[in-house]
Design a protein around this ligand. Structure first.
Ligand SMILES: *[C@@H]1O[C@H](CO)[C@@H](O)[C@H](O)[C@H]1NC(C)=O
Ligand SMILES: *[C@@H]1O[C@H](CO)[C@@H](O)[C@H](O)[C@H]1NC(C)=O
Ligand SMILES: *[C@@H]1O[C@H](CO)[C@@H](O)[C@H](O)[C@H]1NC(C)=O
Ligand SMILES: *[C@@H]1O[C@H](CO)[C@@H](O)[C@H](O)[C@H]1NC(C)=O
Ligand SMILES: *[C@@H]1O[C@H](CO)[C@@H](O)[C@H](O)[C@H]1NC(C)=O
Ligand SMILES: *[C@@H]1O[C@H](CO)[C@@H](O)[C@H](O)[C@H]1NC(C)=O
Ligand SMILES: *[C@@H]1O[C@H](CO)[C@@H](O)[C@H](O)[C@H]1NC(C)=O
Ligand SMILES: *[C@@H]1O[C@H](CO)[C@@H](O)[C@H](O)[C@H]1NC(C)=O
Ligand SMILES: *[C@@H]1O[C@H](CO)[C@@H](O)[C@H](O)[C@H]1NC(C)=O
Ligand SMILES: *[C@@H]1O[C@H](CO)[C@@H](O)[C@H](O)[C@H]1NC(C)=O
Ligand SMILES: *[C@@H]1O[C@H](CO)[C@@H](O)[C@H](O)[C@H]1NC(C)=O
Ligand SMILES: *[C@@H]1O[C@H](CO)[C@@H](O)[C@H](O)[C@H]1NC(C)=O
Length: 813
């Protein structure tokens, strides 16, 4: 996101909304005798949106101003509509937005018209232009409040689709399209766009250069777009389809009007759903398509190569450099790359070339081949194919596989570096100087040599160790393990340690956990991450090392990792007593006494408080539940599985919300789709506390089939002073009732609907320690509602919920 340039603008904003809200020029419309110029703005009646001149980016050389609408409450300047995206003006003081004598609204700069609503059929010139609270700028006749719209900005989207706006096709509006920005500082029309299928079907398509589709939403089936199955859950957006002889469009609304959320056609070529997170003052990404960045067509431009496993995603091919490195920095690599040194390009005759070295080919492996190859049937060998390519100056590459020779003329577009083994080999034409003197090659060769030598030495050492026998190997492992930092283990090591993954301890959202034995006979828990991985090796290692730093007596200690090709494993301390759910709930062989339960409640709270408040890069757990609270041999609780959001990437939320059993612990903000915070963990923790008291799953059903929702019962009994009725009857009343009441009170505060009513984990710790007192909590609103309508609970239990993303590294402070 670009940050706003003009400080005065922000100042002005601040001034407007915070200091003098009653100031008179905060009007919501422009009429014939008031115009908009310089630093003036108008605001919508509810104060959600503002219209005026603004600047994007922080590059000092830019003096481009735009007229547009942005969110008034969002401190990071976020335009949702721009009148003159392709024709910036240089001085807002000399420009004005006004109603012309024809009744049209126009933007004038030094009295030349930059932009106008351009309606030819106005029957009267007495119009006004009004900014609505939906972010829509409308032109209507001033004489009549309820008059039909003459023009509205929502019919002419830039790159943002706001709730309530239509995006489709109509006789009046033509084919509407959302077009990405050129780069993060320049809102001019870029190369990617979203529009409804021009052939008439009910699907949306993403296009490259308005012509090449690279993603489709799938047809609308009445409820969802078929390629967007996540919409079937309780989705934040409520889409509606409308079609008749004059127009076809979709529109959507938000379930909660107070949420600030938008769909945007991003510079990255992806469509993104973003929601403003008030607490951390940032936009967070809730949903995006296509999910893999490299599925965006030709993202890296001519002679650029895309890799989903690296950041930045784009790089130039060997022998090429960025056409415009500033554009690349502004997240627009679509300009691509050009040659470092030109091709010699002489027509050759066999190998005997007398006049200097000729162009040569550089072999690239694991490449998804570029589009539009020319297949040559005349070339039957690699040599023929190579020669055929050399003979034409505009041939830039060839590939030869299964007796087929493909050559490419002109730009190479849409190259991917594949990592799943599906890639092919491409021979890239380079000037001989590039291959001979190019430092790339020399370095590469040196590295290859060094690599081989190291490889040879390593193999020699391994063979040596194998010969020396297992005892020796034990020593090496123990060495690695004793270092305070994380041990890096090979897949083979782990396979051996877990006896070929034979003893499964459990299976969670992200994979299975196996019992393993270290050479020194200590047990470890080996977690094998399963399912589609969203993060590459480098990021995985980075994230694991940050998680590895997090150490607390109430957090499970990470000991090692393994990261080999697509295999991702984590090694944790082994916990004798397994997870809390196995010891706590009815049906388990043990009954945890009250003292132990209190110790578990307090310990888990300390662990979470540490995650939220004490470590440098704060972590929101996002998945607090009994399965993730482990117990060591002394029943000291250790919170497990923290930091998974970082390791699993975007899939995290999807996995979590589609998993049965997790839902009972998710806070309302997950369900409604509002961004989540550390208070979301507090909610889940409150649910766990109630289960510690009752010894039952909160969501357990009673015999007769009607729901006995314990949290509701607890909130009511607590207010009536009936503490003993809440306690697990297996304990036969053997508990410190003062503590039970304290736990119940904390729990009911934790599960309040409003995040600001919930305590922080730090406060929870203090309350449980007896340092802080806690008052009687009200019955949470949503629980009260449940009392009347038990069907909604059944719904929650049976359906997966809305897609949410777990913010990574945001704190709640
Ligand atoms: C512009 O702002 C971004 C962050 O908003 C910063 O990373 C970048 O360095 C700034 N560029 C210049 C030229 O000041
Ligand atoms: C806006 O501009 C006018 C002059 O054009 C100036 O007097 C006024 O102080 C400015 N307001 C702010 C908030 O910068
Ligand atoms: C706007 O102009 C009209 C005449 O065109 C006049 O009657 C009206 O009083 C003016 N309004 C203001 C606020 O100046
Ligand atoms: C517009 O005018 C204001 C006040 O007169 C001045 O502070 C500002 O720099 C001017 N803006 C430009 C772009 O010249
Ligand atoms: C509107 O048009 C009438 C004539 O059609 C003209 O007399 C009047 O001045 C115009 N009003 C405005 C505000 O341009
Ligand atoms: C206004 O419309 C006319 C024809 O309908 C077109 O030629 C002209 O370019 C348009 N002007 C603007 C500013 O859109
Ligand atoms: C306002 O417009 C509506 C239709 O758009 C019409 O029925 C009504 O008579 C108009 N009222 C005035 C005062 O012009
Ligand atoms: C639209 O129709 C044209 C011509 O029939 C076809 O080439 C094109 O692929 C169609 N587009 C889509 C998105 O189906
Ligand atoms: C996009 O398409 C236009 C023609 O429709 C063409 O002139 C232009 O070169 C294309 N842009 C790129 C980057 O290929
Ligand atoms: C379509 O537009 C025409 C002319 O504007 C109008 O007569 C007709 O009623 C419209 N059809 C529908 C279904 O609204
Ligand atoms: C290449 O060799 C062919 C015969 O093998 C000859 O006819 C042709 O002139 C040669 N071309 C050049 C550019 O030397
Ligand atoms: C090279 O290939 C291009 C594209 O096929 C063709 O137009 C051109 O004539 C060829 N040039 C030679 C020298 O064969």
């Amino acid at each position: 996101m670009a940050s706003p340039k003009p400080r005065w603008f922000l100042l002005f904003l601040f001034f407007l909304c915070c200091n003098i809200p009653f100031i008179s020029f905060a009007s919501d419309h422009i009429s014939f005798n008031n115009t908009l110029s310089g630093n003036q703005t108008i605001s919508s009646q509810g104060g959600k949106f503002q219209l005026g001149f603004f600047q994007l980016g922080n590059r000092s050389e830019s003096s481009n101003y735009y007229l547009g609408i942005w969110y008034k409450k969002v401190i990071e300047l976020t335009p949702v509509w721009i009148a003159n995206r392709n024709t910036p003006i240089s001085d807002p003081n000399k420009s004005e937005l006004r109603i012309l004598a024809t009744g049209n609204l126009a933007l004038l700069n030094h009295n030349t018209q930059i932009w106008s609503t351009n309606i030819t059929s106005l029957s009267s010139n007495s119009t006004i232009c009004k900014l609505l609270d939906t972010g829509n700028l409308v032109l209507q006749y001033s004489s009549n409040e309820t008059a039909t719209l003459l023009w509205q900005s929502m019919d002419h989207p830039t790159d943002t689709w706001l709730p309530g706006a239509k995006l489709g096709r109509g006789k009046a509006t033509g084919q509407q399209r959302m077009v990405s920005r050129k780069n993060s500082d320049d809102p001019a029309e870029g190369i990617f766009s979203l529009e409804i299928d021009p052939n008439g079907s009910s699907q949306y398509l993403l296009y490259w250069n308005r012509s090449k589709p690279y993603w489709t939403s799938g047809q609308w089936n009445g409820k969802i777009f078929t390629n967007v199955p996540e919409m079937s859950s309780n989705y934040l957006y409520d889409f509606k389809y409308f079609s008749n002889e004059n127009e076809t469009y979709f529109t959507y609304s938000l379930q909660d009007d107070s949420i600030i959320s938008r769909l945007v056609m991003d510079v990255s070529g992806q469509i993104k759903q973003l929601t403003w997170l008030e607490e951390s003052q940032q936009w967070i990404l809730l949903w995006t398509q296509p999910q893999a960045q490299c599925d965006v067509y030709a993202l890296c431009g001519p002679f650029g190569s895309c890799s989903d496993k690296s950041l930045p995603y784009c790089s130039c091919l060997i022998g090429f450099k960025e056409v415009n490195s500033i554009q690349w920095e502004l997240s627009d690599p679509t300009g691509g790359c050009l040659r470092n040194s030109p091709l010699k390009c002489s027509v050759i005759n066999d190998s005997s070339s007398s006049n200097g070295p000729n162009d040569q080919f550089f072999q690239m492996s694991s490449i998804k081949l570029p589009d539009n190859p020319r297949v040559l049937n005349t070339a039957n060998t690699v040599q023929d194919c190579e020669r055929a390519c050399l003979q034409n100056c505009s041939c830039n590459a060839f590939a030869f596989s299964s007796m087929n020779c493909s050559v490419w003329f002109g730009n190479l577009l849409n190259l991917h570096q594949e990592t799943d083994g599906s890639g092919k080999t491409l021979f890239l034409r380079l000037s001989a100087s590039e291959l001979k003197n190019g430092d790339h090659m020399e370095k590469d060769i040196i590295w290859v040599i060094i690599g081989s030598v190291i490889g040879f030495l390593v193999s020699a050492v391994i063979i040596f160790l194998m010969v020396r026998g297992y005892k020796r190997r034990k020593f090496v492992l123990a060495m690695r393990e004793s270092e305070s930092s994380l041990a890096t283990l090979t897949y083979g090591d782990l396979k051996r340690m877990t006896n070929n993954f034979s003893e499964r301890l459990g299976r969670g959202a992200f994979g299975s956990v196996f019992k393993g034995t270290l050479p020194n006979s200590r047990y470890v828990a080996v977690k094998r991450l399963e399912g589609p991985l969203q993060v590459g090796e480098k990021q995985f290692r980075n994230e694991v090392s940050t998680i590895g730093i997090v150490q607390h007596v109430n957090l499970v200690r990470l000991r090692g990792l393994c990261c080999e090709r697509n295999k991702r494993l984590l090694v944790y301390d082994y916990m004798e007593n397994g997870s809390l759910d196995k010891k706590l709930f009815y049906g388990s062989s043990t009954v945890l006494d009250w003292k132990t339960r209190y110790q578990i409640a307090l310990g888990a709270a300390r662990g979470l408080a540490y995650l939220h408040e004490s470590c440098i890069d704060c972590i929101i757990h996002c998945d607090v539940k009994p399965e993730n609270i482990l117990l060591d041999e002394l029943f000291v609780p250790k919170v497990a599985d923290f930091g998974m959001a970082k390791l699993v990437g975007r899939e995290f939320s999807r996995v979590l919300t589609t998993l049965r059993g997790t839902i009972g612990y998710l806070a309302p903000e997950w369900i409604s789709g509002v961004a989540i915070s550390a208070k979301t963990d507090v909610y889940s923790y409150g649910m766990v506390l109630l289960e510690l008291v009752s010894g039952r799953r909160n969501s357990e059903q009673q015999e007769e089939g009607h729901v006995d929702y314990f949290p509701l019962r607890a909130a009511i009994e607590l207010n009536e002073g009936n503490i003993l009725a809440l306690l697990d009857n297996r304990l036969n009343g053997d508990a410190n009732l003062e503590e039970v009441e304290r736990v119940c009170r904390v729990a009911c505060w934790c599960i309040q609907d409003e995040e600001h009513n919930r305590p922080t984990m730090g406060q929870v710790v203090q309350i449980l320690e007896g340092i802080l007192d806690v008052g009687l909590p009200p019955v949470p609103r949503s629980l009260k509602a449940l009392k009347e309508d038990t069907t909604s609970l059944v719904f929650l239990r049976e359906h997966s919920l809305g897609e949410q993303s777990c913010p990574v590294g945001t704190s709640d402070s």
